[in-house]
Design a protein around this ligand. Structure first.
Ligand code: CUA
Length: 314
């Protein structure tokens, strides 16, 4: 319906229908009560109009039944909004663990994307159909926002921090990709497209695009280039903690508390290692702030993650 005048973008992800269903519920409740209130105002204005100068209205002392009814029904309707929204929120914020991980860096005014196998693209994102995709995103300058209307997903992309977003595309095709946060003069040109392909075709596309180094290999190269290996090589790690198997585990800090070594922690520990020093180690590591690009940090993290997969944790 309304093909010439689409009110809604296409629905092309597993999340799209769920988001729309909640949205229609919100619109339905709002329209129903707006209409009810307007009709009642009109009806009461006519029915209870003053008919003569001397007319005295009857005195009313209130009605318990009426008051309880108009409190309980809205309570039920709004609690439904809350719990439905909360369930959807958790689904949107918990990517499946087997998701394909793709790195996204925003800058004025483009989206730079790198696939785990090394392929890079700008303002285009190729993804396989029917597979969960998790984007780990950061910005080189100001706040941007990664928005794919057809997938009903949008997430701020912030400098100095990782945010993530996940989706599973259900329909083959090309979809709009927008920056949804005003980020300067050419904000409106910070657009692109998402290309959803059959899994086999996606593999073809991957092998067709010049792969360069994989994210892991690039990370391993940087690991040597910045001489991280002199302190963090497995086995020799007396000056710095070994990084084998560290990803997604709990790390004890000098101050006594623990943190999960996720992407955000690894990023902070590379750029500003003094922030959270691991217990049992001295605060010797230099700061790498403004020495490694955001893409470089994402590659280093991909390498550290690969250490976790290859070697079981001791
Ligand atoms: Cu980037 Cu708007």
């Amino acid at each position: 319906m309304w093909t010439d005048f689409p009110l809604f973008p296409e629905r092309a992800s597993t999340m799209a229908e769920r988001v729309d269903a909640l949205y229609f519920y919100l619109v339905g409740v709002s329209v129903f009560f707006s209409a009810l209130i307007f009709l009642l105002i009109l009806y009461f204005a006519i029915k209870y109009r003053r008919r003569s100068e001397a007319e005295q209205p009857a005195l009313i002392h209130g009605s318990m039944v009426l008051e309880v009814t108009w409190s309980v029904i809205p309570l039920i309707l709004t609690m439904a909004m809350f719990s439905w929204g909360a369930v959807l929120y958790f689904q949107m914020f918990r990517p499946p663990s087997d998701a394909l991980e793709i790195a996204v860096v925003g800058k004025q005014w483009m989206w730079k994307i790198q696939h785990p196998t090394g392929q890079r693209e700008i303002n285009e994102l190729h993804v396989p159909q029917g597979r969960a995709v998790k984007l780990t995103m950061t910005s080189e300058d100001v706040i941007h926002s990664f928005y794919i209307p057809a997938f009903r997903v949008k997430m701020d992309v912030l400098p100095g921090k990782y945010t993530s977003l996940w989706f599973e595309a259900t329909q083959i095709g090309e979809y709009h990709l927008f920056c949804a946060e005003y980020c300067g003069t050419k904000h409106s040109l910070m657009i692109g497209k998402v290309v959803v392909m059959e899994p086999a075709e996606y593999q073809n596309w991957l092998s067709g695009a010049p792969p360069g180094e994989t994210m892991e290999a690039a990370g391993a190269r940087l690991f040597e280039q910045y001489q991280c290996n002199t302190c963090h090589a497995p086995g020799t790690g007396t000056r710095g903690p070994s990084l084998v198997g560290v990803y997604n585990t709990r790390v004890r800090l000098t101050a006594g508390q623990t943190v999960v070594a996720d992407e955000a922690y690894l990023r902070e520990s590379i750029l500003n290692p003094k922030a959270k020093t691991v217990a049992g180690f001295q605060d010797l590591m230099p700061l790498y702030q403004s020495q490694i690009s955001e893409e470089g940090v994402l590659q280093l993290i991909a390498y550290i993650k690969s250490l976790a997969q290859e070697a079981p944790r001791q």
